[in-house]
Design a protein around this ligand. Structure first.
Ligand SMILES: [Zn+2]
Ligand SMILES: [Zn+2]
Length: 342
């Protein structure tokens, strides 16, 4: 590798921060907040960022916040972490388990937030870039509709904080810690859609709900029509009437080719080819990062959460703290390479 690459962030640069990142993550884990209620989380995150010299704009699309760091003229990059938790009663028995009954960080957003905070601190310390960094701390990813990404965009995210590309990371159970996974094109699926309320004339009412997932906008359109036709025909054959409520979930996550290749390259530089999986996916599961990618080029990538990790949205799930220094180093290097000062 080119010697010039030596100046960019390495894993070893963040190892010293591992303990404080772990503390931060566990703090977030202990005090989870549901979608649209991330007030204390946002406050806590914003205070830290301001302490490191970021210009923090609060209440962008609800409890969202954007932390900006300028270092001369250049391009702009946005990195996003989500902050909300889920309505699940935690069963991990961890000493830092949720103190909010019935609410837990079962999707690892505590880890995503802590990783980005780690990068924030490192970037403010070293400022080894030329241009602008916008760190997007997003609420309400799990909302399902009118989610945090949609609200931040509606609140002028990309006009008020212009950027050339946006990136996001989600942890991924079942894959070794520190493994980065990339897929260009459709990477994840639409979210959940509910086909509801099938009403019979005599004597009862039946209701049916289902989730439909697809990897292309065309298939998505076709599925909706097919399901409506099938259900209507089926109910009619019994002499019944039907009402179908078809709710659209999040759109497909479509990573742009150039930014995905760039993001993959940075991961290879950081952890080596052996710990980079590409192409990876598509993955079933919904993610509102898709909305950002409708406006900007970028990449939503995945980071292994361990082969022994419980699945996402499971009461036994826990984010793997070893990933904090991997994630923070990756974010830092991604910024340095994207806003290469040389
Ligand atoms: Zn989730
Ligand atoms: Zn998630």
């Amino acid at each position: 590798m080119n010697a010039r690459y030596d100046c960019f962030c390495k894993l070893s640069d963040l190892l010293g921060a591992q303990e404080s990142l772990s503390e931060a993550r566990r703090h977030l884990h202990r005090f989870p907040e549901l979608s649209f209620q991330e007030k204390s989380t946002a406050q806590w995150v914003a205070d830290r960022l301001e302490g490191w010299g970021y210009q923090v704009t609060r209440h962008v699309g609800g409890h969202g916040l954007v932390a900006t760091l300028n270092n001369g003229e250049g391009k702009a990059i946005a990195l996003r972490a989500d902050m909300d938790a889920l309505p699940i009663q935690e069963e991990t028995q961890k000493p830092y388990a949720s103190e909010h009954a019935g609410t837990m960080h079962a999707c690892g957003h505590d880890g995503h937030t802590a990783m980005l905070l780690g990068a924030a601190q490192q970037l403010a310390k070293t400022k080894n870039f030329k241009g602008t960094v916008h760190l997007v701390f997003q609420p309400a990813e799990e909302a399902g509709k009118d989610s945090g990404a949609q609200q931040m965009i509606a609140d002028g995210l990309f006009e008020r904080f212009p950027c050339d590309a946006i990136f996001g990371i989600h942890n991924h159970p079942g894959v070794e810690v520190g493994t980065f996974m990339f897929g260009a094109g459709a990477f994840m699926t639409i979210g959940t859609a509910h086909a509801g309320s099938v009403s019979n004339v005599i004597p009862d009412t039946a209701s049916l709900s289902m989730s439909i997932r697809s990897f292309s906008p065309e298939v998505r359109e076709r599925l909706e029509q097919r399901i409506k036709d099938l259900v209507t025909a089926q109910v009619a054959s019994f002499g019944g009437e039907v009402e179908i409520i078809y709710e659209r979930g999040y759109p497909v996550v479509i990573n742009s080719v150039a930014e995905t290749e760039f993001a993959r390259q940075v991961a290879v530089e950081l952890v080596g080819e052996d710990k980079v999986v590409s192409p990876f996916g598509p993955v079933t599961g919904s993610e509102d990062f898709a909305y950002y990618l409708q406006h900007k080029p970028g990449c939503f990538l995945r980071l292994g959460n361990g082969t022994d990790s419980a699945l996402l949205h499971n009461p036994k799930y826990d984010f793997n703290d070893q990933n904090l220094s991997y994630g923070a180093a990756y974010w830092t290097r991604l910024v340095e390479r994207f806003l290469d000062a040389a």
